[in-house]
Design a protein around this ligand. Structure first.
Ligand code: TYD
Ligand code: MG
Length: 452
């Protein structure tokens, strides 16, 4: 006999409370608790998951990582930190239509071609639809098994029966467990299904990919509540209106975080972009005001991105500040610094900042690029198109040191840039290495003197 009880869950973040609350203590959302029936399952469904663990001295635990499964798609292998680790759980998130199913099917096809038995479980599309997609991307193999199923118990049964090398669940929001009464896609179901799949994969050493949808505002229950449960979190960036797709590892227990892979969506599926810097700079306008290139570091890889700014006189009482691809607060701060320290009075202007190519750059090294682009647009003076800038900007207008100068400058030199403005404090030996002129600056005033 199953014992059942109800609990209240925050529909935004999954916080559980035994009684109803008006405000969520975890995410501070208001009126977001809903009652869900929690059926505590009898031990049978859980007992199979148990590990028969005993405490071991840490020095006796074998240290080898085990063989990684290499997919052969280099962009993905890099994002995963060098391949798929046995027994790991990988969450692949992104907006609907961005290419999650396509990428996973392509990966599974590659692995099946190598002779690994892989299982692709779909609760979203019929077997025919998957077949049509696989025809499109040229995926066909007897080792690529497709299962259309949404019941967690039956999925686990099938995984046990088939014993695949890798499992893909497309998507975790469609999977439901009969142990819970709430609907598929609710926080409770998503968490229950994932935790059981993850335990299963850990116990049997089978890596599992969980696909999860996130909407633009991130409001849907799902991937966010799973991030702490899985080993690796990959998110798709960019939007489905453009051809490029960027996959970023937000978290990785088995490799560097923040690593990115760049793909282009073509009519035959996703294609790797081996030289992303050239790709992001492909449509860069020459010698126009408001555009500058910054060598940003994404994970371990330097990538040149173009930062664009448009500063135009406003007739609104409150000028607009729009930032796409960079942090909005960072932009407000830099506007204030430019105003106060450099005497560029931007308070009467609307300001729009955009990172071309749809990539997001979070690191402070792009500060100087944002400032340079804004100043260039405001003064209507173009920055020489063979110049790159990099550095963090402090509140007193000082330009601060950043990490890994050398790789960044090398990448700029490789793409034919001739001059690099860098913080004085991190003036490096790089000048000798690369065929590029290094110009050191200590403050924003010096930036404005040297940039045009
Ligand atoms: P899909 O993988 O179904 O997205 P998700 O699983 O993230 O919801 O990708 C769907 C989009 O990709 C769809 O708009 C069509 C496009 N697409 C191509 O442009 N070329 C292709 O070869 C494929 C398979 C899809
Ligand atoms: Mg899909």
């Amino acid at each position: 006999m199953k014992k059942s009880k109800t609990s209240f869950f925050c529909q935004h973040c999954g916080y559980m409370s035994p009684k109803w609350l008006g405000k969520c203590p975890s995410c501070n959302g208001w009126n977001c608790f809903a009652e869900e029936l929690v059926v505590e399952s009898d031990s049978s469904s859980r007992s199979e998951m148990k590990f028969d663990g005993k405490p071991l001295p840490i020095e006796d635990i074998p240290a080898e990582e085990g063989e990684r499964i290499v997919t052969g798609i280099t962009e993905i292998d890099r994002v995963l930190g060098g391949g798929i680790v046995g027994g790991s759980a990988i969450l692949v998130g992104g907006e609907p239509g961005i290419g999650k199913s396509t990428l996973l099917l392509q990966m599974m096809h590659r692995l099946a071609e190598k002779g690994l038995k892989v299982l692709y479980v779909s609760g979203e599309e019929s077997a025919q639809q998957i077949k049509l997609r696989s025809n499109r991307i040229g995926a066909s193999s007897k080792d690529l098994l497709v299962l259309v199923e949404i019941s967690l118990e039956r999925i686990l049964e099938q995984i046990k029966a088939v014993d695949p090398a890798i499992v893909v669940i497309d998507s975790i929001q469609t999977v439901y467990s009969a142990d819970l009464m709430s609907a598929p896609g609710s926080v409770g179901q998503v968490r229950e299904a994932s935790s059981r799949l993850i335990l299963f994969s850990k116990k049997h050493g089978i890596p599992v990919f969980l696909i999860g949808h996130v909407t633009k505002d991130g409001s849907i229950a799902g991937p966010k509540v799973l991030e702490h449960m899985v080993d690796t979190v990959l998110y798709f960036e960019g939007d489905s209106g453009h051809a490029y797709r960027i996959i970023r590892s937000m978290k990785n227990r088995f490799g560097p975080a923040n690593e990115i892979g760049v793909f282009e969506m073509q009519d035959k599926g996703l294609k790797e972009v081996p030289n992303p810097s050239a790709f992001f700079l492909a449509e860069r306008p020459q010698n126009v005001a408001g555009s500058v290139v910054v060598p940003s570091l994404e994970g371990t890889r330097p990538i040149l991105v173009e930062i664009q700014a448009l500063v135009s006189v406003t007739n609104l009482g409150m000028p607009r500040r729009t930032a796409i691809g960079v942090d909005h607060n960072r932009v407000s701060l830099l506007v204030a610094v430019l105003d106060k320290i450099c005497g560029l009075h931007l308070s009467g202007s609307d300001i729009f900042i955009n990172v071309a190519g749809g990539i997001r750059v979070e690191e402070p090294a792009v500060d100087l690029g944002i400032v340079a682009a804004m100043a260039s647009s405001f003064l209507d003076r173009p920055i020489d198109s063979h110049t790159v800038v990099l550095g963090e900007v402090g509140l007193t207008g000082e330009v601060r040191a950043i990490s890994q100068m050398e790789v960044r400058i090398k990448e700029a030199a490789r793409l034919g840039f001739k001059r690099c403005l860098v913080p004085r404090t991190s003036a490096t030996k790089s000048a000798k290495i690369a065929k590029i002129e290094i110009c050191t600056i200590g403050s924003l005033k010096e930036l404005l003197e040297n940039i045009f």
